[in-house]
Design a protein around this ligand. Structure first.
Ligand code: HEC
Ligand code: HEC
Length: 297
């Protein structure tokens, strides 16, 4: 995947986001006035927003979901979530989730994960290591389920058919588990992996081809994987400030470290292209259902 198309994708997304902000600012005064008189019904609000240019024409799916569903706190039903789990292409091209995750029996269903029932979704993976996929009532962005829908496996473009348990993967995992120290072992055996093509699977660029400095572009997420200090500093240290940079390593805890998550977790459904939008409208709706408490009725 050429870098330029990712940059374009991000730029389009950023342009869209700033349009929404501008449109909201323009529409706010009117809506606030109207709401003083009487509480508008959803339909009245929608007509007002269309007049104010807040709701775009057909085609802008993610915009419509944000404006008409998320901002209005429309309750998401489990019935809709169940349909998503059973429908091909629901989160981008690929077969339905329940083809592979439809029972708590790990001999029939990957990870013993049953996404075909509400109980199964809440229970999570039943094969060892057992785990819940989210916490009802909280933002699931960094939890297993939504991570698997949004995060591409690294190095970007790495296919799910390649193992996440190679000796090089284990070197990184164990280095984090042992405290992520800047010692001889790290400098001799771990750091070079981030700088070497094909270190984590065939036909893939080095991590540092895309994460080489704190400047974006060219470095994705302002992440510098070429030095110990850069790795420990984390992502977006310029945009958010050094103190608020996104930590990608939690020393001693690989499972919580984004570097390990991105190395070991395939994006779902398997085979989906990394250039598919990470914020699919149905991923936004699934997240809203979880934030609203993941109710089964
Ligand atoms: C073709 C089969 C297949 C399909 C379809 C599929 N998965 Fe998976 N899924 C797997 C495999 C295999 C694993 C375990 C290997 C791995 O971690 O990548 C997995 C792992 C997961 C995990 C991690 C569970 C844990 O305990 O870490 C989640 C969450 C998940 N899938 C969600 C989904 C969702 C949501 C969909 C639908 C968008 C989906 N899967 C579609 C095969 C599939
Ligand atoms: C071809 C470019 C490319 C390569 C090579 C690449 N990445 Fe990435 N990386 C990205 C993009 C694009 C993102 C944005 C998130 C996504 O696509 O899931 C990202 C995101 C990340 C993040 C998340 C940062 C955050 O703010 O949460 C981590 C961690 C990461 N990459 C680690 C790695 C590691 C480790 C390697 C090497 C094994 C690697 N990347 C190789 C392009 C790349």
């Amino acid at each position: 995947m050429p870098l330029s198309s990712f940059t374009k994708l991000r730029l389009t997304q950023m342009a869209k986001a700033s349009c929404v902000v501008a449109a909201l600012a323009a529409g706010f005064a009117n809506t606030a006035l109207a709401q003083e008189k009487h509480r508008m019904t959803l339909a009245e609000q929608m007509i007002q927003d269309m007049k104010d240019g807040k709701v775009g024409p057909a085609g802008a799916d993610d915009h419509v979901v944000q404006e008409l569903i998320i901002k209005r706190s429309i309750p998401i039903t489990y019935k809709y979530i169940n349909t998503l789990m059973n429908t091909p292409n629901a989160f981008g091209p690929g077969v339905a989730c329940t083809t592979c995750h439809n029972s708590t029996d790990p001999s029939k269903s990957y990870r013993g994960l049953d996404l075909s029932t509400c109980k199964g979704m809440i229970e999570g993976s039943t094969e060892k290591p057992k785990r819940k996929l989210f916490t009802p009532g909280t933002d699931p962005k960094r939890d297993v389920l939504v991570r698997r829908l949004r995060n591409n496996r690294m190095p970007l473009g790495q296919g799910f058919e390649h193992s996440t348990f190679t000796p090089n993967h284990m070197l990184v995992k164990n280095w984090i588990a042992d405290g992520a120290k800047n010692d001889d072992h790290f400098n001799k055996n771990v750091l070079p992996l981030f700088k070497t093509p094909n270190a984590f699977g065939p036909d893939t660029p080095a991590c540092t081809a895309c994460h080489m400095s704190n400047q974006e572009p060219p470095s994705f997420h302002e992440l510098n994987l070429s030095t110990h200090a850069g790795i420990l500093l984390g992502a977006d240290s310029v945009a958010k400030g050094v103190d608020k940079a996104t930590k990608v390593i939690v020393p001693g805890d690989p499972e919580k470290s984004f570097v390990w998550q991105h190395l070991s977790e395939d994006r779902m459904p398997p085979g989906i292209s990394p250039s598919e939008p990470r914020d699919h409208p149905n991923t936004t709706i699934l997240s809203a259902w979880i934030k609203q408490g993941a109710k089964c009725d």
